[in-house]
Design a protein around this ligand. Structure first.
Ligand SMILES: [Zn+2]
Ligand SMILES: [Zn+2]
Length: 241
């Protein structure tokens, strides 16, 4: 995950962001995906949806993936991606009655059922509408920020949640690119350190979305914060929480 664009697969059925799908999963694995929970419309979080829908239409047109997010993100994907200009509108393929793609908007800060999971979207600070998610199965759960600069409400909501086992948090840039992180709505290790004070305490933090060209530098700075609590998510690995 540190190197490939962002995507997590939960319980084989629910994709959380879709930066990578085809490159990481076999076709039989892709066909099992029923839901894609999307933080925001940026291509490094959504481009896999283009290939996933194309794959479904080709090899499993009876299957259906529901793309879920907050309203502005769904509107953006409809208007700018699956618009029959940049990519086919797969909500009509193979037919409008039984398409391979569906869109679903869910309200902010309310719990919604997605597959077997409960998800609560909370808007975060980025250059476009973006949501972090608190995701749980009724017993345990985790938090996923998507892309965000310094934020507040997500941490408040997370502090009220029970059973969180992991905080999956972005850190895109090393400290020297603080100004770029600011304008592009991302975090550096120094900025993350300030976020930690607002987070629910003691829960392990897993970092994703480090810019691949700057991975080493950023990872070394992260390691100086709290090596017992902060870890870097590794690409292609399976984690149990
Ligand atoms: Zn982004
Ligand atoms: Zn991103």
């Amino acid at each position: 995950m540190g190197q490939r664009p962002s995507a997590l697969l939960v319980d084989d059925r629910v994709l959380v962001d879709a930066g990578t799908v085809g490159g990481a999963l076999t076709v039989p694995e892709q066909i099992e995906i029923q839901h894609a929970l999307i933080s925001h419309a940026h291509l490094d979080h959504t481009v896999g949806l283009a290939y996933l829908t194309d794959t479904l239409a080709m090899v499993a047109p009876e299957r259906h993936v529901t793309v879920t997010s907050i309203g502005p993100v769904i509107e953006s994907l409809r208007a700018h991606a699956f618009n029959d200009a940049l990519w086919p509108n797969f909500t009509n393929i193979p037919s409008g009655a039984q398409p391979v793609l569906g869109f679903r908007s869910i309200p902010e800060e309310a719990e919604a059922r997605v597959g077997e999971l409960w998800v609560t979207p909370v808007p975060v600070e980025h250059t476009v509408p973006s949501a972090g998610y608190i995701i749980h199965d009724g017993e345990t759960g985790f938090l996923y920020t998507g892309d965000t600069g310094p934020t507040g409400r997500l941490w408040q909501v997370a502090r009220e949640m029970r059973g969180l086992k992991a905080l999956i948090v972005e850190t895109a840039f090393p400290n020297r690119l603080h100004a770029l992180a600011r304008v592009s709505g991302h975090l550096t290790p120094e900025m993350l350190q300030r976020e930690i004070d607002k987070m629910p305490p003691d829960i392990p933090i897993w970092i994703f979305h480090i810019k691949p060209q700057l991975f080493q530098e950023t990872a070394e700075q992260l390691a100086t914060i709290d090596p017992t609590r902060i870890h870097t998510l590794e690409q292609g690995k399976t984690y149990s929480i």
